[in-house]
Design a protein around this ligand. Structure first.
Ligand code: 4AZ
Length: 241
């Protein structure tokens, strides 16, 4: 997260770090993506977080993946590392446009209800352009590879689809598709999600509105962040969670 502030786990209990058991000896608990608790046994993340490139051969099998909950500081032993019972990656995820960037992870252990954030529905006021939102993650804080051990959050604005349609008409990074994506950012630049934040939450009005998905660079004026539209994937999440 660029332009953010540190956040304690207690203030964002639904934020998840995805790590891998074979990397727990490394700094930052082997964190490689974010996720969100959307039911007592379900975490969602980006489909692209489950790709071979992101998981990496050295990260071992999917059986070694862990959802780390209740741990703001990845250097601490707080919270718990929950194994996954099941991983469902949206088969309709399109890596050319990035549409449908969602995966559903079923947890081995039920989580307290306090860790669950409600998903926004279509037409929710939280999607209105101009609404203040927050994006959370342990990703790059500078755009130069400075990952954070502490959970960070940055305030951004929900932006009109037009902003992203103009910025991403069909670029090498992806194509903005309004029905399955959300546009958010800081029009002046300076605040944004970045590498390592993928799969983590975008929250507005107490509801999950997006998952960090893609963009061109980080926090550049005129290149907003693009998020998986939660209202569009909620039915899939309910079916596979
Ligand atoms: C990434 O590479 C990434 N600025 C995530 C979010 C954004 C750009 C890149 C949005 O995971």
């Amino acid at each position: 997260v660029i332009g953010g502030q540190p956040v304690q786990a207690a203030d964002a209990p639904w934020v998840v770090a995805l790590g891998s058991r074979d990397r727990f000896g490394e700094a930052r608990s082997g964190q490689f993506c974010g996720g969100v608790v959307v039911s007592r046994t379900t975490v969602i993340t980006a489909a692209h977080c489950m790709s071979r490139e992101v998981l990496g051969v050295d990260r071992g099998a999917v059986g070694d993946l862990r959802a780390i909950v209740g741990r703001g500081d990845l250097g601490s032993g707080l919270g718990e590392e929950v194994p996954l019972r099941r991983v469902w990656v949206n088969p309709d995820f399109d890596p050319a446009t990035n549409a449908g960037d969602v995966a559903v992870l079923t947890l081995e252990r039920e989580q307290p209800a306090e860790r669950v954030i409600p998903m926004a529905k279509e037409g929710d006021a939280a999607y209105r352009p101009g609404t203040t939102a927050k994006v959370y993650g342990w990703g790059d804080t500078t755009g130069t590879g400075n990952y954070s051990a502490q959970l960070m959050a940055s305030e951004v604005k929900m932006l009109d689809d037009k902003r992203c349609e103009e910025a991403y008409p069909g670029t090498s990074e992806g194509t903005f598709v309004a029905q399955s994506m959300v546009c958010a950012g800081d029009p002046g630049g300076g605040r944004d999600a970045c590498q390592g934040d993928s799969g983590g939450p975008l929250v507005a009005r107490g509801r999950l509105v997006g998952l960090v998905s893609w963009g061109s660079g980080c926090a550049q004026p005129g290149s907003p962040g693009v998020y998986t539209r939660i209202s569009a994937v909620a039915p899939l999440v309910e079916r596979h969670g």
